[in-house]
Design a protein around this ligand. Structure first.
Ligand code: HEM
Length: 457
């Protein structure tokens, strides 16, 4: 934020001049576009197609595309955008390098688009495969730029052993690691003219993306904010580092053993990640009745409570399905892997995005100054996305016939698509209210000849 007295009669400051104050905006618009137009639309069409016509090679290709667009397009871009906004507060107070962050944004968006176009047509000629590999390369460059900018800001806190910074910094490392592996494996796939990445490789990339990158950044941010919001004492360094250490050690074992073909050891890693998640969740206090949310934000606490409850469920599922391998002497069944992913993706990530964004983004804060949002907003989003999570994640895990499984997914997908679409509309409306608020403030300040503040945080 910069302040300077305006010369008499100068025009009001134009909002949006400060690149860093608006650093999150392109990420959020792109994330919502990838989610609503790409990932969630594919989710509904895949479930309906499986219900009506069954599964084919192109279905499986599109399922991988849905996963990639959701995890890195929708969730990933959103998490990076909000991360860029919050990072200075979580690190040394210095802002992120805006050139690196903007470079990362364009590389990631171009990479995701190239992958989305290339993968489905890779079987018809070399062009599709080349686009797919170019997409993976651009994503890796974007991940490197973003991680570099983030580490520069968090470095001191990481070296000082602050658990939240360690967890967020490690999340950026997993983002980069999966992107590098992705380049190598997609190049191999393109060389064979294939469109479906081998199941074990695909599963490992997803574990690194979902639990390495998204989960670590989410819980890192959470370590600093959730206990305070729910009136808990800040978690001790020992507890924070124990939770973070278990998650990181588990991920290393999971990834390392999978690369070396050690399935049983890998599931031990998965169970350790689950134990780490439960350790971290134990400090968040989301079960407490009293909260420290501002009165206008109280109803949104339900969205956050729902997301943290789902995080606890994710921890339980990772732990029990991982340990089940030793009790029942079998690999983790694909249905359980898929269900755990969707409990996390819908219950934690999607609900967390919708709830946290409304709590912390300046756009929604400005909107609250202009009009009071409905008190039903938080509970309705929480109910819709938790029902979608049950229908997509929990019902399909049970021993129901395929017709019920895919019907349940179709209904869950439709509910989630509507909820995220509604959130996109609310965000655009809040952004317009925010810009209008800043314009009025600037005009008022100019008329009072008060110092001009380019854009408040
Ligand atoms: C209710 C909404 C959703 C529905 C109906 C849905 C549906 C599906 C379907 C049908 C599959 C294919 C499963 C299979 O191969 O057997 C799938 C896979 C997947 N989905 Fe979703 N999904 C939804 C939301 C999400 C969200 C929000 C995310 C992430 C943020 C996500 C991430 C994934 C991933 C990572 C895969 C695995 C893709 C792969 O095998 O490479 N999904 N989903």
């Amino acid at each position: 934020m910069t302040a300077s007295p305006p010369p008499a009669g100068s025009p009001p400051a134009r909002p949006g001049r400060d690149r860093l104050a608006d650093v999150h905006i392109p990420f959020i618009y792109a994330a919502l576009a990838f989610g609503v137009l790409g990932g969630f639309s594919l989710a509904v069409s895949l479930s309906v197609e499986a219900l009506l016509r069954g599964i084919s090679v192109s279905w499986a290709t599109h399922a991988q595309l849905h996963g990639h667009l959701q995890v890195l397009g929708f969730a990933g871009l959103f998490v990076l955008g909000v991360g860029a906004k919050l990072a200075p507060r979580f690190g040394n107070g210095r802002p992120l390098n805006s050139t690196m962050v903007e470079g990362a944004f364009w590389c990631l968006v171009a990479g995701l688009l190239a992958r989305a176009i290339g993968q489905p047509i890779a079987a018809y000629g070399p062009l599709g495969g080349q686009a797919m590999v170019l997409g993976a390369l651009l994503e890796a460059i974007g991940a490197l730029l973003f991680a570099g900018a983030l580490w520069a800001v968090l470095g001191g806190a990481i070296r000082g052993g602050a658990p939240h910074a360690v967890q967020i910094g490690a999340g950026a490392l997993w983002l980069l690691a999966q992107a590098v592996l992705g380049v190598a494996w997609l190049a191999g796939l393109a060389g064979e003219g294939g469109t479906i990445l081998r199941g074990d490789r695909d599963g490992l990339l997803l574990a690194m993306q979902l639990y390495g990158f998204v989960l670590c950044v989410f819980t890192g941010v959470g370590l600093r904010s959730f206990p305070t919001l729910f009136g808990m004492p800040a978690p001790s360094r020992a507890l924070g580092l124990a939770g973070s250490g278990l998650v990181q050690a588990g991920l290393l074992v999971w990834v390392g053993a999978s690369l070396l073909d050690g399935t049983r050891v890998a599931t031990l890693g998965q169970a350790t990640v689950g134990a780490g998640v439960l350790t971290l969740v134990s400090s968040f206090g989301f079960w407490k009745r009293e909260t420290r949310f501002a009165a206008a934000s109280q109803p949104l606490s339900w969205a956050l409570r729902g997301a943290l409850m789902s995080l606890a469920l994710t921890g339980v599922l990772l732990l029990t399905t991982g340990l089940g391998v030793f009790v029942f002497d079998r690999a983790v069944p694909p249905r359980e892997v898929d269900a755990t992913r969707h409990v996390f993706a819908l219950g934690v990530v999607t609900l967390g995005i919708v709830g946290m964004a409304q709590l912390i983004l300046p756009e929604f804060a400005s909107e609250r100054l202009v009009r009071t949002p409905s008190r039903r907003r938080g509970p309705v989003f929480a109910a819709a996305l938790l029902v979608a999570m049950l229908l997509r994640g929990v019902v399909p895990m049970t021993a129901v016939p395929d017709s019920v499984r895919f019907a349940s997914m179709s209904l869950g997908g439709t509910i989630a698509w509507i909820a995220v679409g509604a959130f996109a509309v609310l965000f655009i409306r809040a952004r317009l209210a925010h810009l209008e608020y800043l314009r009025r403030m600037a005009t008022w300040r100019a008329s009072q000849a008060l110092p001009v503040i380019d854009q408040p945080e």
